[in-house]
Design a protein around this ligand. Structure first.
Ligand SMILES: [Zn+2]
Length: 298
């Protein structure tokens, strides 16, 4: 499994084209997750040409993972329900890690409404939606509980009409991450509380859930798939280790419908979603070999 979309704006590959420098590849999506897609394509082609797969193989290449897979989710779930195992080729972690547990996430949009007024002549008639948004943002960030692994990030804000108008509207986008479903409920309750309570009298706010990722919770079956994959990697001389990450992925949707799932089996890279994103080129072949061997011996 793999996703074709990246987080970067249109035109990014022209501004920052693909390049390789001292064993590392750079460019938008080079690790997250173009390299995983290339690896999947070559592994699938090898099985097609040479045989050896213990069951039919399905390559699922989706298009909307970075926004929470609103369109691909049902496709992933349908394929995962009939899968013996799901390998998601998100980037391998530095130090040759694969991912056995992932946080869940909720993407939300909040809109605040105030009242426009001339900021010079009729200041007192106005109700500033921007001021209310600013107060709400500090409360939202306060929901973060690092010990529990719960985080809230307001990653986008906008609002206002002109510099000399008390802002009649303001909005933001919120990203919540959590480890367990119970943590999700607790945080969502607090977030709803912040949305409902106004600090600036006369404002109101609405909240809309724009996308959701389920956590990848490690099951005994997932643990044995990890051991199986790990033994294959060991045999090929590229030992791996399992780790937990805050990043969300489509693997959560596969795991949620009961499919035995392992994530981040793609080539190793880092600094995803930033201009410093890189891929360790020499990990492409060993990761492809490990995946192929793990499939052959399922
Ligand atoms: Zn990704």
């Amino acid at each position: 499994m793999g996703h074709r979309d990246t987080v970067f704006p249109k035109g990014e590959p022209t501004r920052r084209p693909f390049r390789i420098e001292s064993g590392r590849a750079y460019g938008p999506g080079v690790a997250d997750m173009k390299a995983g897609l290339v690896m999947n394509a070559f592994v699938l082609a090898a099985f097609k040409e040479l045989g050896g797969a213990p069951a039919p193989l399905v390559g699922l290449f989706t298009s909307d993972e970075e926004i929470g897979s609103p369109f691909s989710r049902s496709v992933i779930e349908n394929e995962a329900r009939r899968a013996r195992a799901v390998f998601n080729s998100e980037p391998g972690r530095p130090g040759n890690g694969v991912v056995t547990g992932r946080k869940g996430g909720v993407f939300m949009k909040m809109e605040v409404t105030g009242k426009a007024a001339h900021s010079g002549a009729n200041f007192k008639d106005g109700v500033s939606a921007i001021e209310e948004l600013a107060r709400k943002i500090t409360l939202l960030h306060g929901v973060t509980d690092l010990d529990k692994g719960t985080t809230v990030n307001v990653g986008l804000v906008s609002g206002g009409q002109t510099v000399n108008t008390v802002a009649p509207w303001a909005k933001c986008e919120i990203d919540l991450r959590f480890v367990t479903p119970a943590d999700r409920e607790r945080a969502m309750e607090q977030i709803r509380g912040v949305v409902e309570r106004s600090s600036v009298p006369g404002t109101s706010a609405t909240l809309q859930v724009a996308g959701e990722f389920l956590p990848l919770v490690e099951t005994p079956q997932a643990k044995s798939l990890f051991d199986h994959y790990s033994a294959c990697a060991q045999e090929l001389g590229a030992p791996i280790r399992g780790e937990f990450t805050g990043g969300c992925a489509d693997s959560g949707f596969a795991a949620e419908v009961g499919a035995t799932t392992i994530c981040a089996v793609g080539p190793v890279g880092g600094n995803a979603h930033s201009p410093e994103e890189y891929l360790d080129v020499e990990t492409i072949v060993p990761r492809a070999q490990t995946l192929a061997l793990a499939i052959m011996r399922l």
